[in-house]
Design a protein around this ligand. Structure first.
Ligand SMILES: Nc1ncnc2c1ncn2[C@@H]1O[C@H](COP(=O)(O)OP(=O)(O)OP(=O)(O)O)[C@@H](O)[C@H]1O
Length: 251
């Protein structure tokens, strides 16, 4: 589904690669968790997959088509296939739940209709369905600035789902949430992954969540993949190599 071929990324003005010679393939059914300490390249990796960052070298293919050499207009079409959820939710605080969810439709419409906030009955009905699915019906008309972190992330997920993506990308989607809520959000992401057959790729700092939910763990260090395997294969030694710190009691 996604093939990453010899991809390196070096930011302008820097002397080191943020990602270095990455070669990976992801298929439908993968629930990938990416581990790595701060600065390892996790965000760069996710951003490079959905075209927010262009590889300095190498290619990314989606279903056999190269997507890493597209212009902004073509990238908008590619990004419809990829829903994205963020650490800080990236919602519009003064807009309501349903208004925020509907912004997920913007990739499909012309700018004028989006600007004046005009949506078809079909689009509105779709938004209602996704909101209900996320357990947000009672909060439909509440401004998102008044929601809890977990509720905000559900809105973020609903906004991603309304695009009807094949791929769900998460850049630290639970890093701002408490452990209980983080687990709830991961359980929700896993349920959606199974039900909608999404390829899911998520950056996460919490190794317990990665071990509980991932079908495959990747570990990044200094822009390189240093582990690629099943959660069971990720050992204490891999943990040490990834984080260079002493073993926590829960591993
Ligand atoms: N826009 C940028 N310009 C220059 N260097 C950057 C830029 N964005 C990231 N970097 C550098 O690229 C490397 C990888 O950063 P990245 O944000 O991908 O890491 P990360 O693993 O997501 O870290 P964190 O967990 O702190 O978010 C770091 O050395 C970072 O300083």
């Amino acid at each position: 589904m996604i093939d990453i071929k010899k991809v390196s990324v070096r930011y302008r003005g820097t002397t080191e690669d943020a990602l270095s010679d990455i070669n990976l393939s992801f298929k439908k059914g993968d629930f990938i968790c990416i581990l790595g300490k701060s600065g390892a390249g996790k965000s760069t990796f996710i951003r490079t997959i959905n075209g927010l960052q262009t590889p300095t070298i190498g290619e990314i293919h989606l279903d056999g088509l190269q997507i890493s050499n597209k212009n902004e207009k073509q990238l908008r079409i590619v990004r419809r296939e990829m829903g994205m959820v963020f650490q800080h939710f990236n919602l519009i605080p003064r807009l309501t739940v349903i208004q925020n969810v509907l912004t997920g439709k913007f990739g499909y419409r012309n700018n004028f209709k989006s600007l004046i906030g005009w949506f078809t009955p079909g689009e509105l009905e779709h938004a209602e369905r996704v909101i209900s699915d996320m357990g947000l019906s009672k909060l439909r008309d509440r401004r998102v600035e008044h929601l809890s972190g977990g509720q905000k992330q559900r809105v973020g997920i609903a906004r991603a789902l309304i695009q009807q993506p094949k791929i769900l990308l998460g850049d630290e989607p639970v890093a701002s949430l408490d452990p209980g809520t983080s687990n709830e959000i991961f359980a929700l992401l896993k349920e959606l992954h199974n039900r909608l057959e999404l390829l899911t790729i998520i950056n996460v700092h919490d190794i317990d969540l990665a071990k509980r939910y991932a079908t495959r763990i990747l570990s990044l260090k200094d822009g390189e993949i240093i582990f690629d395997g099943s959660p069971d294969e990720f050992t204490e030694d891999d943990y040490q190599k990834t984080y260079h710190s002493t073993k926590p009691s829960h591993v």
